[in-house]
Design a binder for this molecule. Structure first.
Ligand code: HEC
Length: 141
């Protein structure tokens, strides 16, 4: 298991280094592992994140949050390879790791913004599963 993971990481690094292909590196893997611990703690039946569900969550229109921010795309736009914009008009760097390599490499930063942004969009915290799904998708882009 540990071995398979090391190989997967090596392949990811090689792909990123040689082709520029979108792929989570070791920094993003550590963040996703930290969210997997949270998801397991919240639900012992947790069996892994679902990047496709994370993508759907990112693009969905939610209710419960601010009227101007029904979706993650309200600020990050529907093209995560391009810059987004805060409500106040401040630029937000692209979310795709293929464009912005340092994305999702600092757990404190991810926790801070997932906390804020989920409350803006949903009016509540994201579950660890929701957050892990969406980070898994973003980190693969
Ligand atoms: C009101 C505007 C706004 C909305 C809506 C929003 N975000 Fe963000 N998000 C930001 C800003 C501002 C930052 C911090 C600046 C940066 O990282 O470039 C950020 C940062 C993040 C980060 C941290 C990135 C990193 O590099 O670690 C994640 C993850 C994230 N957002 C996910 C989401 C998700 C998922 C949603 C939908 C539930 C969402 N955001 C909705 C404005 C927003």
């Amino acid at each position: 298991m540990k071995h398979a993971r090391a190989i997967a990481m090596a392949i990811g690094l090689a792909a990123a280094a040689f082709t520029g292909a979108a792929s989570a590196g070791p920094g993003q893997d550590a963040i996703i592992a930290a969210w997997a611990d949270k998801a397991k703690a919240a639900d012992p039946a947790f069996s892994g994140f679902d990047a496709a569900a994370g993508k759907a969550f990112f693009f969905a229109k939610h209710t419960g949050g601010g009227a101007e921010t029904p979706s993650c795309t309200s600020c990050h736009t529907d093209n995560i390879k391009k810059s987004g914009q805060t409500r106040a008009g401040k630029a937000i760097d692209p979310m795709a790791v293929s464009v912005q390599a340092d994305r999702y490499t600092d757990l404190a930063k991810v926790e801070k913004w997932i906390g804020r942004n989920c409350n803006s969009v949903l009016g509540r915290d994201c579950t660890a599963k929701e957050a892990g799904d969406v980070i898994s998708w973003l980190a693969s882009q």
